[in-house]
Design a protein around this ligand. Structure first.
Ligand code: SF4
Ligand code: SF4
Length: 375
């Protein structure tokens, strides 16, 4: 029997922590006032705390006190790269009773302030969009003990595709407890490393993840779509945590200027990206989608990127069939130590989208009033 995987959803009382990072010099031109005002527009924000240096002395104790004093259920940091301090905040929140995955971060430093310094207006708009996507993500997150794949046995057809694609030897086929089919997939949570390659391979949508779940990913995508603007190129980048996102953070740390007209969704592996998300994004108004992972032989999860490569070839054909240009979707590979290559790929992609022009499904007359949070 597969483990239940999900815990009851806690409430939606979010504590937002905005790090103003005054010691780094990287954020000198960033409009913290605007992002703070925007964060307070969300009804779920019950506490907004601005901190000149969130990684400084006393911040973790402040967080614990806030959780108790304001009865917080979730924490959203607007701060630097998640690899830097997120873990410390998760541990502190855990000591105060909040599950670690209900604490997450929007990277406004390496991903925004230090790479878009030359265009404060666009940096401001991007910070708002990434914050809205981060809020959508944290609100869709459930408490969990670790990241692992889940199987809904009532939907599993026993096709064994997940069993075939798993590089970690984590999946076994076991007798169906409901007797509908011969065997169903069983995931060993202890062995699973959470790449999510199996989830996007399942032909009957019988799989999900405890964290980086379908709900979380789709909530971020929807928040992106809700905030599409006719005033800029709307590019969406999916970046795998271990390679492309590391390259992006390295670009930010080096202050390499990058075109600001893209928004980013982080996944653990490029193989976690569902082709349906790409099609949904482009068919609902994105000008283009760029999927980035590590180069062949460099994938943290062995062959997740190779499966992505194979799977995503069809997307271009489908976009062409839909009357959109297949060039609106691109798969690119960069390794963590290649920040210049990352910047070049993103800049070229956005430049190419401008050559293609706006998504033909959207017109200047499109009603954008469905956007939940404006500005
Ligand atoms: S998430 Fe990755 S490691 Fe876990 S069962 Fe699926 S393919 Fe295997
Ligand atoms: S891919 Fe889906 S349907 Fe096929 S065995 Fe795995 S969980 Fe079941």
């Amino acid at each position: 029997m597969n483990p239940p995987g999900e815990s009851p959803a806690p409430g939606d009382r979010v504590g937002v922590y905005l790090c103003e990072c005054h010691s780094s010099g990287l954020c000198d031109r960033f409009d913290f006032d605007d992002l703070a005002a925007f964060a307070e527009e969300f009804p779920e924000t019950v506490l907004l705390r601005r901190d000149p240096k969130l990684c400084g002395e006393g911040s973790l104790q402040q967080l614990k006190d806030d959780i108790a004093d304001h009865d917080l259920d979730r924490i959203l940091l607007a701060t630097c790269a998640p690899d830097k301090h997120l873990e410390e905040f998760r541990e502190a929140a855990g000591e105060a009773g909040i599950n670690r995955y209900l604490v997450n971060a929007v990277n406004i430093r390496e991903q925004i302030s230090s790479i878009h310094e030359g265009d404060p207006a666009k940096a401001r708009a991007k910070a708002r969009d990434q914050f809205a996507m981060g809020m959508a993500d944290i609100l869709a997150t459930r408490a969990s003990s670790k990241v692992y794949a889940l199987v809904d046995e009532t939907r599993c057809s026993g096709c064994e595709i997940c069993y075939t694609v798993c590089d970690k030897d984590t999946i076994s086929m076991v007798p169906d407890p409901y007797g509908q089919v011969k065997n169903v997939a069983y995931i060993d949570p202890e062995k699973c490393w959470g790449c999510g390659v199996c989830v996007t391979s399942c032909p009957v949508d019988a799989m999900d993840m405890t964290v980086y779940s379908n709900d979380q990913m789709e909530a971020q995508l929807q928040a992106f779509l809700d905030r599409i603007s006719p005033d800029r190129t709307n590019a969406l980048v999916f970046a795998c945590h271990w390679c492309a996102y590391q390259a992006a953070d390295a670009a930010g740390a080096a202050g390499i200027p990058i075109d600001p007209d893209f928004r980013i969704i982080r996944t653990l592996c490029s193989g976690r990206v569902d082709p349906n998300w790409v099609l949904k994004a482009v068919s609902r108004g994105a000008d283009g989608v760029l999927l980035m992972g590590g180069k062949p032989t460099k994938c943290h999860f062995k062959s997740g990127n190779l499966r992505t490569m194979t799977r995503m070839k069809l997307i271009k054909l489908l976009l062409d069939q839909m009357g959109l240009d297949g060039h609106r979707f691109r798969v690119e590979w960069v390794n963590p130590e290649e920040p210049e290559a990352y910047a070049q790929v993103v800049n070229e992609f956005i430049s190419d989208l401008r050559q293609l022009g706006p998504n033909p499904l959207m017109s200047r007359d499109t009603d954008y009033s469905h956007a939940k949070y404006k500005g």
